[in-house]
Design a protein around this ligand. Structure first.
Ligand code: C2E
Ligand code: CA
Ligand code: CA
Ligand code: CA
Length: 281
């Protein structure tokens, strides 16, 4: 038993060292990536679900960052957003994503006309929203790209939107610019339906962990229905995230969610593929 424990200890040590090395390697690489334009943005469609007579493809898109790493291939945000926050690169990364997404959005207005998406969602991290002066950066990007503020939806998570008064003030500053705010991953954090009215948000995004069980669990259906009802009573709309099956789509539509997003409709797409998807019927 002792020997097995020892071996396990060595194994954990090596695993942790491997993780730390991978991390510090990524940190150095990330600085270069920003300079050399290895980051790019893909877009996942957000569709309209109501009145339930087929999905509305032009409702919106969510911008999701990707990293084309010269050695590791395409790296997803879960692997590097945390690192970017810790080493002070999240500001530059966030500005880059916001500007690139606004530019693409404005291009689609010309290339797609009436088929262009009507809303652009961009994710914010805690460190970005905490930064003072960040609201003016957003204003500058809106002015430089011509992006209409009311067509931009900035997404924050529950943990971020709660407590912190500096964050609260910055969220209100953003709202004053005319942009929309969405509460991301609703249901996963500590805040609740009872505190929803405290947040200056326009949209509640119901987390995938609820949506993925919408068709199999009565408990999850009740929670989704209550979320939709409370959101609507506060004048907010809802997006059901991570819809993968027709059955889930049918249930969340019946429960009244205004919009939906997930692999059932489309995976995140590169710009040109998104244009083709929006033009197809
Ligand atoms: P999120 O904002 O909740 O974005 C949704 C994530 O779920 C995306 O993962 C998307 O690809 C994935 N997804 C969409 N539909 C489905 C589905 O039907 N099934 C499953 N299994 N997954 C689905 P992704 O692109 O890996 O992004 C992960 C997270 O990284 C995002 O979660 C967001 O919190 C963060 N993120 C992405 N881009 C940015 C960014 O530009 N800035 C910041 N600060 N965070 C970002
Ligand atoms: Ca999001
Ligand atoms: Ca989410
Ligand atoms: Ca998430």
């Amino acid at each position: 038993a002792k020997r097995a424990g020892g071996a396990r200890h060595v194994f954990f040590d090596q695993a942790m060292r491997g993780q730390a090395e991978r991390r510090s390697g990524l940190e150095a690489d990330l600085r270069r990536a920003l300079a050399e334009k290895e980051l790019f943005v893909v877009y996942q469609p957000v569709v309209g679900l109501q009145p339930g007579a087929g999905v509305d493809r032009g409702t919106g898109v969510e911008a999701l960052v990707r990293w084309r790493h010269p050695k590791r291939g395409i790296v997803g945000p879960v692997e590097f957003i945390g690192i970017a926050e810790e080493c002070g690169l999240i500001g530059a990364l966030g500005d880059y994503v916001l500007a690139a997404a606004c530019e693409d959005f404005m291009r689609w207005r010309t290339s797609l006309g009436p088929r262009a998406p009507r809303l652009l969602a961009v994710n914010l991290s805690r460190a970005q929203v905490a930064e003072t002066g960040w609201t003016s950066t957003v204003r500058e990007i809106l002015l430089a790209t011509g992006m209409p503020p009311h067509q931009l939806q900035l997404e924050v998570t529950e943990s971020l939107a709660a407590q912190d008064t500096a964050v609260q003030r910055h969220l209100h500053e953003l709202k004053a610019l005319g942009v929309k705010l969405a509460l991301d991953d609703f249901g996963t954090g500590y805040s609740s339906l009872a505190s929803l009215h405290l947040l200056p948000v326009d949209t509640v995004k119901i987390d995938r962990s609820f949506v993925s069980q919408a068709d199999t669990s009565a408990h999850h259906r009740v929670l989704i229905e209550a979320t939709v009802r409370v959101a609507h009573s506060l004048g907010m709309d809802t997006v059901a995230e991570g819809i993968e099956t027709e059955a889930q789509s049918r249930v969340v539509t019946e429960l009244g969610s205004d919009k939906g997003q997930g692999y059932l409709y489309s995976r995140p797409l590169a710009g040109p593929d998104l244009e083709a998807w929006l033009l197809a019927e």
